[in-house]
Ligand binder design. Structure first.
Ligand SMILES: C[S@@+](CC[C@H](N)C(=O)[O-])C[C@H]1O[C@@H](n2cnc3c(N)ncnc32)[C@H](O)[C@@H]1O
Length: 228
């Protein structure tokens, strides 16, 4: 069953998600179904989304919810783990990683405040392995002052993400932006209405390459280099 149907037919705990997120979830999350994975959702509230993820990803998934509200602990059930703490506390996040391992997928649906979003991202994203995903939703708050956002505020996560596009392209900036771990370990970033998706990747080979009859010499050299 698709997530959208699960969501509409939900008779369990409450959850609240924007309708247009569902095709996006499906696009990125479907390859992870029925695999061993650690899925971390920041923000539990009533726990309905944790149940939805657990049923979607299957019995080999560990669904780890984190929330600042101690009452969320009652949302635990088989396959669903809830830990109580602040998403902006590196010590707390480290304790969750120590217990469950580094998450394959992080979905930030927590406080939606700029500082919190950035602190969690800065702590968790560099620790994730290649092929992992980091998804932040409800980034409409990037435009709202009460969440630390604003169209022209540098601290808005949307504006920070825009500058990350330049870091992703650092190799082409002729030295203006030095390539760093973000440039090397990010396969891509995708922007949607109120949502940004980061895909990690071990992008070890990035160069323009010509093939065809006239390029045979160069290709032979490269093949020798690859084969060692
Ligand atoms: C939008 S709700 C989560 C909804 C849930 N993911 C769903 O889809 O049903 C946001 C949750 O984030 C929690 N939260 C707020 N500030 C937080 C923080 N600093 N650290 C962790 N959780 C926080 C709130 O207690 C609330 O339960």
């Amino acid at each position: 069953m698709r997530l959208w149907e699960r969501f509409l037919e939900n008779k369990g705990r409450e959850t609240f998600k924007c309708t247009h997120y569902f095709p996006i979830y499906e696009r990125y999350f479907a390859p992870w179904k029925n695999r061993s994975l650690v899925f971390m959702e920041i923000g539990v509230n009533s726990g309905g989304s944790l149940q939805m993820w657990q049923r979607y990803f299957g019995p080999m998934a560990r669904i780890v919810g984190i929330d600042i509200n101690p009452e969320c602990k009652q949302c635990e059930e088989p396959g669903i783990f809830v830990r109580i703490g602040d998403q902006s506390s590196p010590e707390f996040l480290q304790s969750v990683l120590d217990e469950f391992g580094v998450p394959d997928i992080v979905l930030d649906d927590g406080s939606h405040k700029m500082n919190d979003i950035l602190t969690s991202f800065n702590f968790l994203y560099p620790r994730q392995h290649k092929n992992a995903l980091y998804v932040i939703e409800d980034l409409c708050t990037s435009y709202w002052e009460e969440y630390g956002g604003g169209v022209h505020r540098q601290e808005s996560f949307i504006n920070i993400a825009k500058s990350l596009i330049d870091r992703l392209n650092a190799d082409h900036t002729r030295g203006a932006i030095p390539a760093d771990s973000f440039s090397k370990e990010t396969l891509g970033m995708s922007f949607y209405d109120s949502m940004v998706v980061f895909e990690k990747g071990d992008v070890w080979w990035k160069e323009p390459l010509q093939t065809g009859r006239k390029a045979q010499q160069g290709i032979r050299g490269i093949l020798q280099k690859i084969r060692g």
